[in-house]
Design a protein around this ligand. Structure first.
Ligand SMILES: Nc1nc2c(c(=O)[nH]1)N[C@H]1C(S)=C(S)[C@@H](COP(=O)(O)O)O[C@H]1N2
Ligand SMILES: [Mo]
Length: 361
C-alpha cells in the first residue's frame, strides 16, 4: 500500500502524497492507527537517514546549537503527548458546496487524527540554547522538503509565538504511536504543536530560529491565512490573518454519510476539538432537522491535547434523515451553523455544524 496506509484511503494526490481515511475509520478510538492517519504534503518526501539528521537552533538565543538525534535523546528528558492534529483544510469539501475553490484539494472529514507523539520538549531545547526571555518573539521552523506551490521552489516552513513554543506540550518528535516517526509523517524528526493548525507542525525539521517576526516562509506569510471572501488570494499576498490555534470543531464519525441504518435507537459517535488550551464543554446531536437537540456523552481525554470523543443514542425516524452535531467550548463559544457564513478564498477552517445524511428503515 502507498506509504503503509490502509487500502481504503482516499488519495487526493499521489505526488506529493495527500490522502485521508474514510470517515468511520477515525471512530476507532482515542489514538488513530498510523495506517489511518491522514497525510498532507506540499512537496516530495525528503529522504533523511536518522543518523545523518540534525537541526540548527539559531536566532535570538545565547548559545546557537546544532543537535543530532543522539544529543536530543541523551541531553533532554523524553516527553510523550497524545495530541490531535487537524489540517486547516479539513472539511473543505463543505465550503466547496457554497462556492468554487479553484486549485484547492477537496478534503473531506478525514484530515484530522490523534496520535501518541514522543520526543523532547521544544521549550527544553530552547532554554538550553539560552533563548531570550521575551513575550513578543516567534519561533520559526524550516523543513527539508521543497515545494513548487509558491511559484519558485521553496522549503516548507512556518512559525509559532515563543510563549506557545515554551509550553510543555510542544515537541520535537521522533516517535509516533510507539514506532519510529515514519518518513511520510516527517521522520526522523518533526515539530508537533498541539492545538495549532497542522501546518505549524513542520515535518523533516531542519532549522529552528528564534526571531522578532513571524516566519516569512510562503506557508506562513501567504498560505494558511484566512482571507475575507472578496480578496483575491493570488493578487493579495500577505492579506488576511495567519492561522494559529485551531478553531472549535466537531464531526460525526459514525454512521457514515450516506449509510443505511435501522430506524429506532441508533448510536452516533464523533469527535470534537476546541483548539489550543480550551476544552470541549458540550456536544449536541439532532436527528429531526435541527429542531430538537440532545446532549451527547462526552469523554474527557486522558491527555488534554487529544480530541474529545462523544456518543449519543438518538431515535432515528424511518426515511431520509439528517444527523447534525455541534459543539461548545469552555469559553462558551459554539460552532457556526452553516458553511455559507464561513466560505473563504483558500477554503480553510470549515467548522460549521457537522451533518451526515442517512437512510433509516
Ligand atoms: N515540512 C513539511 N511539514 C509539514 C507539511 C509539509 O508539507 N511539509 N504539511 C503540513 C500540514 S498542512 C499538515 S496538516 C501537517 C500534516 O501532518 P501529517 O502529514 O503527518 O498528517 O503537516 C504539516 N507539516
Ligand atoms: Mo494542513
Amino acid at each position: 500500500m502507498l506509504w503503509g496506509k490502509r487500502a481504503d484511503m482516499l488519495v487526493h494526490e499521489r505526488d506529493p502524497f495527500n490522502a485521508e481515511p474514510p470517515r468511520p475509520a477515525l471512530a476507532g478510538g482515542e489514538v488513530t492507527g498510523i495506517d489511518t492517519c491522514y497525510v498532507r504534503n506540499h512537496g516530495p518526501v525528503p529522504e533523511v537517514a536518522p543518523e545523518r539528521w540534525g537541526v540548527v537552533v539559531d536566532g535570538r538565543v545565547a548559545r546557537p546549537a546544532q543537535l543530532d538525534l543522539e544529543r536530543l535523546r541523551t541531553e533532554f528528558p523524553a516527553r510523550e503527548v497524545t495530541a490531535a492534529l487537524q489540517c486547516a483544510g479539513n472539511r473543505r469539501a463543505g465550503l466547496l458546496q457554497v462556492h468554487d475553490l479553484p486549485g484547492e484539494v477537496p478534503w473531506g472529514p478525514g484530515a484530522t487524527a490523534t496520535a501518541k507523539w514522543v520526543g523532547v520538549g521544544l521549550g527544553d531545547v530552547l532554554r538550553a540554547a539560552g533563548v531570550a526571555d521575551r513575550n513578543d518573539l516567534h519561533v520559526a521552523f524550516e523543513g527539508r522538503d521543497v515545494s513548487t506551490i509558491p511559484g519558485q521552489p521553496q522549503r516548507f516552513g512556518g512559525s509559532i509565538p515563543l510563549r506557545k513554543a515554551l509550553g510543555a506540550e510542544v515537541l520535537l518528535a521522533w516517535g509516533m504511536n510507539g514506532a519510529a516517526l515514519p518518513p511520510v509523517h516527517g521522520g526522523p524528526v518533526r515539530v508537533v504543536v498541539p492545538g495549532y493548525i497542522g501546518a505549524r507542525s513542520v515535518k523533516w525539521l531542519d532549522r529552528i530560529t528564534v526571531q522578532d517576526r513571524p516566519s516569512e516562509n510562503f506557508f506562513q506569510s501567504v498560505a494558511y491565512r484566512l482571507l475575507p471572501p472578496q480578496v483575491d488570494p493570488t493578487a493579495d499576498a500577505g492579506a488576511g490573518l495567519p492561522l494559529g490555534p485551531v478553531a472549535l470543531n466537531s464531526d460525526v464519525l459514525v454512521p457514515d454519510d450516506g449509510a443505511e441504518v435501522p430506524a429506532g435507537p441508533t448510536e452516533v459517535r464523533g469527535y470534537a476539538v476546541a483548539g489550543d488550551d480550551r476544552g470541549v464543554a458540550r456536544v449536541d446531536v439532532s436527528c429531526d432537522g435541527e429542531r430538537s437537540w440532545q446532549q451527547a456523552e462526552l469523554d474527557t481525554p486522558r491527555d488534554p491535547w487529544a480530541w474529545w470523543l462523544w456518543r449519543a443514542v438518538v431515535d432515528v425516524p424511518p426515511g431520509e434523515v439528517r444527523i447534525t452535531a455541534r459543539a461548545w467550548d469552555t469559553t462558551a463559544a459554539a460552532q457556526p451553523e452553516h458553511e455559507r457564513h464561513l466560505w473563504n478564498p483558500k477554503g480553510y477552517v470549515n467548522n460549521a455544524w457537522a451533518r451526515v445524511r442517512v437512510r433509516a428503515r
